[in-house]
Each structure stands twice: as structure tokens, then as C-alpha cells.
Design a protein around this ligand. Structure first.
Ligand code: SF4
Length: 485
């Protein structure tokens, strides 16, 4: 498994989606929308637009500001009234140009561009089937199979071809489809990844992974797309249909979105992310109190929980770790980055805030534990007298197969260690994780409306545990293994 580009010692973000119908500045609005979703993926970015007849698409490696940098004229060339965009972190298929999204294709019904957030757990099976009949794939991404499903003549002839195709998919998928005259936005029957609808003051409809993308362009949040729903945006406005029967809809939202991925300003799964994380911090303080002088967060995603912990425990909050926001990931792929070096670049210690003090360090999660231990050692060097580690999610023991790039089970710190061993590994004076029950008690939806598999091991969709982000790469490798004719 590749190293990842974040200070969380091993969790890769997933992907971000944005779409807008009926705005003369659609490409520029998409650019800004993707900017606000940049935290969901930094490997590549892309925008596809339509003028009603032809779809144009541009993708590139790196962050949005690099791919569509000022002066390169790409946004001007993409100037059309309908657009979808994507920021990517590879959860299936490695970081290479053929895997960048939106994926653009032509088939018998015209052009289509697709942007996907999630992981299709039956992608390999479907691909094997299609290849057996002669289909040729150009990427190693799981998303490409959707194009082949759409193009199949027996699927095209169905009353609702797209709905029919979606019924072939298993796993997590929030999807945007750009056809010449419309956008179709769909969410899997479990609603694992978020997807929201909004409207601009000029009357254009927008869709995005998180509501923070609406804020930046002044759009108003209308509602979330329901699990199993397809929403169509076209010249007649917005319409909706379901591609599964209601009894098969079983919400299993990824609660890790709330804990770590989503931006604090976003509202997803019915609740603002910052407020939710503060509740986690308060619950953590109840479950795992500590005698300390100061509460410090691991920024940024641990900050809200640390505020909640400080509020409830009445221990002063301070910034003992400061994150640098000026480290770009533009030219660095997950395969290249040295995780520990990146953490050093990203987090600086404020000696004055920790020297001689008993501190509570609040983080949202611990994955491998190596970088957390690095932070703990740095805090000790800066003079911290006692360090109490508090974590606003339970111990992560199982990998994710639904669109989040976790390390393998063996690499997870909590996989085969008890609390005492974790405490010793991290070199802390005490360790306290929020309980799963405590975590779920903070959520606004019923407990069974969330996926908790990375803590509980209970996967709502049965998974082939041998599948990982590079499973489809074997096709690529095969090409190189073949001797010259
Ligand atoms: S396994 Fe964990 S990260 Fe993956 S969808 Fe479920 S809760 Fe989210």
C-alpha cells in the first residue's frame, strides 16, 4: 500500500465532486467548488463542460490551482453553461493520467463524462466479464467499468438505462454523469459517501460532495441526495427518481467523514461537521478525563474535538501544534512522499504552550501510530511533563473497502495491540479512545444508519478482503510482462 500525503499516518482522503447546470461561468464556479473540496483529494483535478452538443474535458496531476493555474487559459476554453469536476485521491488504481477524472468517453448514445467518489467492490469481477468478451480498458480505475456498462446494447434499450446500470454496481459510489444536455447525480443505496444539492442566487442547480463547495460560490444548500436516488439537472430544472426499491435502501453513511474527512464548515448526513466533532470531544472528556494543565489539538481535524474536550473538562485550550498551510502537494504523489518528513514540514511545536505542562493531546484518529509517536516525542523534547493522548474515534482495527485509503490490517496500530501496548508504543502517559457507543450517541441519525466497519469489522456490503487499490493494476503489469512478438 502506498504511503499517503497527510499527517494522519496512513489515511488517504477519498475524492470530491462538484457539478453545476445553467451558469455562464460554470467552469469557473466548478474551479472554486473544487478548491473548497481540495481536502478530499490532491493527486489530480479535472473539469468537464458541455455546450449542449459537445463535452470538453481537461484533467491534470496535482491540486486544482496547479491544473487550472492562472494564465494557462484552460478555464476560458472550457467556458460552457454546464460543468462537472473532480478532485482525486486514488482508492482504486494508482495516480496516473489515464485514471484522472472526469473520465470522458464516447459510445453509441454520444459522449459522457463521469466523476466518482467511492469504491466499487465488484469492479474486478465486472471487468473480467467484459474483457472475456473483448472489451478494452484504458485505465486501471474502478470507475471505467461504468462506461462499459452504459454502452452495452441490452442496457441502452432499458427504460432507464442509467438506473439499470447502477443496479449492477456494488460498493460505495457518489457519481456525477455529464451528458451533452444534462447532469445526472447518483448515490449508492447505502449513501456511504455524501452528495448534496444546492442552488445559486441566479437559479442554477449545483451538486457537491460537501456543502462547503456551495458556500464559496454563494449557493444555498437544499438537501442531500438520498441513498438510491438519481437527481437529474437539465433545462427543465431538477427532477428525481430512485433506481432501487425503497425496501433495499439501508443507510450506512461513513461516519469517518464526520470524524475526519469532511471540512468543519460542511453539513453532511444532517449535521454540521464542527458541531459533531465538538460533541465527540465532550463525550471523550466524560469517558476519559485527565488531570492536565492544557488541552492541545492535532490540527486541523482534531481541533473541534479538542475544543469540546476543553469545554467539558474545564481545562484551558491552547495551540501546542501549529500546522503549516503552505506545503503544497502539487508535485508529490503518494508513492513518493516520505510520510514522516511531511509531518515535520506540516506540524510545528509551540514550545511556550507545552513546556513544563501536563498536556492532553486530542487527535481524531490513530492509524499506523508512527507519526503520532513522532509528535509525542517532539512534544516531550519541547518540555511537556505528562502527555495524555485522547482520540475522538475508537481504535481502528479493520481496513476500509468503501473509498478510503487505509493501510492493510497488519499495518494498523490497534489491529493486534491492546491499550497498554498502544500506550507503550506511543510513549504516552495515558491513552483514551472514545467508545463506539459514545461516538454513535453524538450523531443525529440512529446508530444503524452509519457504517462503522473500520472499528467494528461489520461490513454492510460483503467484501472480498483481497481487493485493494492496486488490484486492477495487474492488467497494466501484464502488458509489460508480455514478450515482444
Ligand atoms: S469502513 Fe470506516 S472509513 Fe470506510 S466507509 Fe466505513 S466508516 Fe467509513
Amino acid at each position: 500500500m502506498a504511503a499517503t500525503c497527510n499527517p494522519h499516518d496512513g489515511i488517504g482522503e477519498n475524492c470530491g465532486l462538484f457539478g453545476i447546470f445553467g451558469d455562464n461561468d460554470a467552469a469557473k464556479k466548478t474551479y472554486f467548488g473544487l478548491h473548497s473540496l481540495q481536502h478530499r483529494g490532491q493527486e489530480s483535478a479535472g473539469i468537464a463542460t458541455s455546450n449542449g452538443e459537445v463535452i470538453q474535458c481537461y484533467t491534470g496531476m496535482g491540486m486544482v490551482s496547479r491544473v487550472f493555474r492562472s494564465g494557462n487559459g484552460i478555464l476560458e476554453k472550457l467556458s460552457n453553461p454546464v460543468a462537472i469536476g473532480h478532485v482525486r485521491y486514488s482508492t482504486t488504481g494508482t495516480s496516473k493520467a489515464s485514471n484522472y477524472q472526469p473520465l470522458l468517453a464516447e459510445y453509441s448514445r454520444g459522449q459522457v463524462a463521469i466523476a466518482h467518489n467511492g469504491n466499487l467492490i465488484n469492479a474486478q469481477l465486472l471487468r473480467d466479464e467484459y474483457e472475456a468478451y473483448g472489451s478494452i480498458f484504458k485505465s486501471t480505475s474502478d470507475t471505467e467499468i461504468i462506461i462499459h456498462l452504459l454502452a452495452k446494447p441490452t442496457h441502452i434499450s432499458k427504460l432507464d438505462p442509467l438506473g439499470h446500470v447502477l443496479n449492477h454496481l456494488q460498493g460505495a459510489y457518489s457519481l456525477l454523469f455529464l451528458f451533452d444536455n444534462r447532469i445526472e447525480a447518483a448515490r449508492d443505496p447505502y449513501g456511504i459517501r455524501p452528495l448534496c444539492i444546492g442552488k445559486t442566487s441566479e437559479g442554477a442547480y449545483v451538486v457537491a460532495s460537501e456543502t462547503c463547495a456551495f458556500d464559496i460560490i454563494g449557493a444555498e444548500f437544499i438537501r442531500e441526495i438520498n441513498p438510491g436516488e438519481i437527481v437529474t439537472l437539465n433545462k427543465n430544472g431538477l427532477s428525481s427518481r430512485f433506481f432501487v426499491s425503497p425496501e433495499t435502501v439501508r443507510p450506512a453513511h461513513c461516519i469517518f467523514e464526520h470524524v475526519y474527512f469532511a471540512k468543519q464548515s460542511s453539513t453532511i448526513f444532517g449535521e454540521n461537521v464542527h458541531q459533531f466533532r465538538k460533541k465527540l470531544g465532550r463525550q471523550l472528556a466524560v469517558e476519559h478525563p485527565a488531570e492536565a494543565d492544557v488541552v492541545i489539538p492535532v490540527p486541523d481535524s482534531g481541533t473541534s474535538a479538542a475544543i469540546g474536550y476543553a469545554e467539558k473538562s474545564k481545562i484551558p485550550f491552547d495551540m501546542g501544534l501549529v500546522r503549516s498551510h503552505y506545503i503544497g502537494r502539487t508535485f508529490i504523489s503518494p508513492e513518493q512522499i516520505q510520510r514522516e518528513l511531511e509531518v515535520k514540514l506540516k506540524l510545528a511545536i509551540v514550545k511556550e504552550a507545552v513546556d513544563g505542562k501536563r498536556i492532553v493531546v486530542v487527535d481524531d484518529s490513530i492509524v499506523r501510530g508512527t507519526t503520532t509517536r513522532g509528535k509525542i516525542r517532539a512534544l516531550r523534547q519541547a518540555g511537556a511533563k505528562k502527555i495524555h493522548m485522547r482520540v475522538s474515534c475508537p481504535p481502528i482495527r479493520f481496513p476500509c473497502f468503501y473509498g478510503v485509503d487505509f493501510p492493510t490490517k497488519e499495518e494498523l496500530l490497534a489491529n493486534n495491540r491492546n491499550l497498554q501496548e498502544i500506550k507503550e508504543f506511543l510513549e504516552v502517559d495515558s491513552i483514551g479512545y472514545i467508545s463506539l457507543e459514545g461516538l454513535l450517541s453524538c450523531a443525529v441519525l440512529p446508530a444503524d444508519h452509519y457504517c462503522t466497519a473500520c472499528w467494528s469489522g461489520k461490513y454492510v456490503i460483503p467484501v472480498d478482503v483481497t481487493f485493494n487499490k492496486v488490484s486492477l493494476e495487474r492488467y497494466q503489469l501484464h502488458l509489460f510482462d508480455e514478450p515482444d512478438a
